[in-house]
Design a protein around this ligand. Structure first.
Ligand code: FPP
Length: 244
């Protein structure tokens, strides 16, 4: 029996974020080049989007390329960029058909022009989709984002009275201003780190780590993470008794 039957649809996280990790190790275990792991990782991306849509997750955010990933060998970076273009080409019709809106966060100006153009077209093609928002973090890092937000805030409000600044007002300057904070963060490959991902937004997220390498991440793995989340008590600093 699939784990999907054990999910309580009334208590779904609205927003799930995922650090997709382990493509390189998965490929190495098979004696293949790292890019083979990334290629296989795109299948897990498709499977995960399907699984999230199947149970009605409203927001899914995937960490596909960090600011730090630019330091990888040139060949691997180029292969990843090519893979992004292929994935958009292959999946765009599916996104539209399933009413999935694409959203990109990160320093996209750093991406090759060909990738930027592909992304613009895909954003445009999915802009009226409303079943799920799929955010891909590209050339993204949490510290970069927070610093950008501070710069924008000061630039737009040179006479700001700092006493009036609140978390809610500051959040409006983050690239995730149109998304709720993730309630659940999943990281694959048995690493226990945030790796500069959504540092502000994950403040109260439940963290779920699995040993599965990203290309092996399946629907059942995803559903298992949701069930684990549903078994947790989220206190937001309060006591169990206060939660009633
Ligand atoms: C982490 O594995 C994975 C990445 C840095 C890239 C993720 C990209 C994809 C799954 C493909 C394209 C994405 C989309 C959204 C279509 P790693 O290389 O860090 O693995 P390792 O830790 O084993 O070396």
């Amino acid at each position: 029996m699939s784990l999907i039957n054990s999910i309580n649809r009334e208590r779904l996280p609205k927003h799930v974020a995922i650090i997709m990790d382990g493509n390189g190790r998965w490929a190495m275990q098979k004696g293949k080049p790292r890019i083979f792991g990334h290629q296989s990782g795109t299948n897990a991306v498709r499977t995960t989007i399907e699984a999230a849509a199947e149970i009605g997750i409203e927001y899914l955010t995937l960490y596909a390329f960090s600011t730090e990933n630019w330091k990888r060998p040139k060949m691997e970076v180029e292969a990843l960029m090519a893979l992004l273009i292929t994935s958009i080409n292959d999946e765009l019709d599916n996104l539209v058909k399933n009413k999935i809106k694409l959203n990109i966060i990160g320093d996209t100006g750093q991406l090759p022009i060909s990738v930027q153009k592909k992304i613009s077209a895909a954003l445009n093609a999915t802009k009226s989709c409303s079943k799920m928002t799929l955010t891909i973090a590209l050339s993204y890092s949490g510290r970069w984002e927070i610093l950008e937000a501070v710069k924008k805030l000061i630039k737009n409000n040179p006479l700001l009275d700092i006493e009036t600044l609140t978390e809610a007002k500051f959040s409006k300057y983050l690239s995730t201003h149109n998304l709720p904070d993730p309630e659940l963060l999943i990281r694959t490959s048995g690493e226990y780190r945030l790796s500069n991902f959504l540092l502000w937004q994950l403040a109260y997220a439940e963290l779920y780590f699995t040993k599965a390498l990203w290309p092996d991440f399946s629907k059942e793995e995803f559903f298992g993470a949701i069930i684990d989340f549903q078994g947790r008590e989220r206190r937001f600093g309060k006591t169990s008794e206060q939660l009633g």
